[in-house]
Design a protein around this ligand. Structure first.
Ligand code: FAD
Ligand code: NAI
Length: 475
């Protein structure tokens, strides 16, 4: 006998579980299906983000940063650490505990919001008279029906042809988060977000890290000035970054992996690594969804086709997060999940793509919102720029972390803030002010006239806003 719901959500990553919670808050009966299992075979809701993405990577970034500080930065603060050593099993165990706390938190939220959770794979079985049937397969097989279905099945790591992930020598993000001994030589293909974050973790723990990037420019989506500054800092830290390479054959032996490539000058190169992380982007995941059963349209790259409101080609079937167009970010997935639940309730859910912040959690962190200088130039928009270096910020000096800057781009005529770009300490937190400012369509003068606490890193944002009108006070 089929179980009936108002809304069935397939996938309990940040897109799916948040959509389920919001729909339940709005009074709907909601089911959420997710197939992710923990090491014991139990449910592990939270998707890529919680299990092999945002959360475990940030746990390791934090731990490895502590290790690096204890080994280097503490000395300058007058703290001598004798006999410093790495307990990698404990570091990985802590990361697993953090993941489990998040899994359990989501299970608690499902209970609290009276959401029926099904651990298994959800697949469309068909549609009759406006009601969709979704089969759950797994240990507890069920048949669910609902008027509305939200697809939030996420994404998987893209495979480099000829180099499938074995998670022993050739690692996706999953393997990169569970390496059980620091590799002496670590290769990374792709100098994107994962490559830089995971490369930083293992470099801090002692690996000699070489990053091989196909494009000739470093972090092409980032504001050029910020990307240049970040590149300089990463190289100084010891990351070897080779741009403009053409990857050739990748071969594995018992415990080594060799990458042949052509460097930017066209010369043939070959490097042997102990482990290789391949992070060349992610692909949408619709495996096992049986999209054909309801005639769901996918595009040529496998994304579920949606309009601006996340409506798919099938009435009352919605899709959010990594499985649809737009940035593959947890908070973007969440925003879409909330907006879809509100649209199902007849409300006007909204996702503002212009104010989705990006953060790369390296050290220093990189964050931005809005347009880059190169985008404004290409669009022919007249703008003013203001920058402020953390070197001139008292709090950054006290912290002992003065690298980087805040950069503000504002419309030349109206002074509306068009983009804010940060490389430096706590950039992930500082960007929130810029997002609020842009959401409220503030001018740089608006923020420049707001009192910011002293001493704080946020004064750098205020100063960069002042610098737009060439009146920074401390630089
Ligand atoms: P997912 O989180 O992928 O969740 C989809 C869920 O659906 C999974 O649990 C999957 O098992 C389940 N599923 C799929 N098909 C079915 C089916 N047929 N039946 C049942 N269940 C199914 N983003 C950030 O914003 N900040 C970060 O710091 C960040 N760090 C990252 C670090 C790494 C290493 C990686 C890989 C990604 C990171 N991301 C980060 C990206 C972020 O993880 C994704 O954008 C986000 O998880 C997308 O959410 P989602 O709900 O669309 O999909
Ligand atoms: P990415 O798109 O960030 O970077 C991939 C890089 O690989 C690009 O620089 C690309 O030019 C390069 N590349 C592609 N094919 C190549 C090839 N054949 N040879 C050499 N280089 C090649 O993708 P990544 O790092 O895999 O991350 C996937 C997504 O996950 C990110 O785009 C982001 O959406 C999300 N993510 C977000 C994080 C955050 O918000 N802090 C952290 C980690 C991931």
């Amino acid at each position: 006998m089929a179980k009936q719901f108002d809304v069935v959500v397939i996938g309990a990553g940040p897109g799916g579980y948040i959509a389920a919670i919001r729909a339940a808050q709005l009074g709907f009966s909601v089911a959420c299906i997710d197939e992710w299992s923990n090491a014991k075979g139990g449910p592990a809701p939270g998707g890529t983000c919680t299990n092999v993405g945002c959360i475990p990577s940030k746990a390791l970034l934090q731990s490895s940063e502590h290790f690096e500080h204890a080994g280097h930065a503490f000395k300058e603060h007058g703290i001598d650490v004798a006999g410093l050593s790495l307990n990698l099993p404990q570091m990985l165990k802590r990361k697993d505990t953090v993941v489990k706390q998040n899994n359990d938190g989501i299970l608690y939220l499902f209970k609290k919001n009276k959401i029926a959770f099904f651990h298994g794979r959800g697949a469309f079985a068909g549609t009759a008279e406006g009601v969709h049937t979704v089969n759950v397969t797994g240990a507890n097989a069920e048949t669910l029906t609902a008027k509305h279905v939200v697809i939030a099945t996420g994404s998987n790591a893209r495979v480099l042809p000829g180099a499938p992930f074995d998670e022993k020598l050739i690692l996706s993000n999953t393997g990169a988060l569970t390496i059980d001994a620091v590799p002496a030589k670590l290769g990374v293909i792709g100098a994107g977000v994962i490559g830089l974050e995971m490369g930083s973790v293992w470099r801090r723990l002692g690996a000699d890290v070489t990053v091989l990037e196909g494009l000739p420019t470093f972090l092409g989506a980032v504001d050029e000035q910020i990307a240049k500054e970040a590149h300089k800092l990463f190289v100084k830290q010891g990351l070897k970054i080779n741009l403009g390479v053409k990857i050739g054959a990748i071969t594995t032996a018992a415990d080594k992996v060799t990458v042949a490539y052509e460097d930017a000058a066209g010369a043939a190169q070959s490097v042997e690594f102990d482990k290789l992380i391949i992070s060349i982007g992610r692909v949408p995941n619709t495996i096992g969804l049986n999209a054909e059963a309801i005639g769901l349209a996918l595009d040529e790259r496998g994304f579920v086709v949606v309009d601006d409101d996340c409506k798919t080609s099938v009435a009352n079937v919605w899709a959010v997060g990594d499985v649809v167009r737009g940035p593959m970010l947890a908070h973007k997935a969440e925003e879409e999940g909330v907006a879809v639940a509100e649209r199902i309730a007849g409300q006007h859910g909204h996702t503002n793509f212009n104010t989705i912040p990006w953060v790369i959690y390296t050290s220093p962190e990189i964050s931005w919102v809005g347009q880059t200088e190169q985008q404004l130039k290409a669009a022919g928009v007249a703008y003013k720029a203001g920058t402020f270096p953390f070197l001139a910020n008292g709090r950054a000096r006290a912290l002992g972390d003065t690298s980087g800057m805040v950069k503000v781009l504002a419309d030349a005529t109206t002074d509306e803030i068009l983009g804010v770009h940060i490389v430096g300490p706590q950039a992930s937190e500082l960007i929130a002010e810029a997002v609020v400012a842009m959401e409220f369509r503030a001018s740089s003068e608006d923020i420049a006239r707001i009192c910011h606490a002293h001493p704080s890193l946020s004064e750098s944002t205020k100063e960069a806003m002042l610098a737009v009108d060439k009146r920074a006070l401390n630089f």
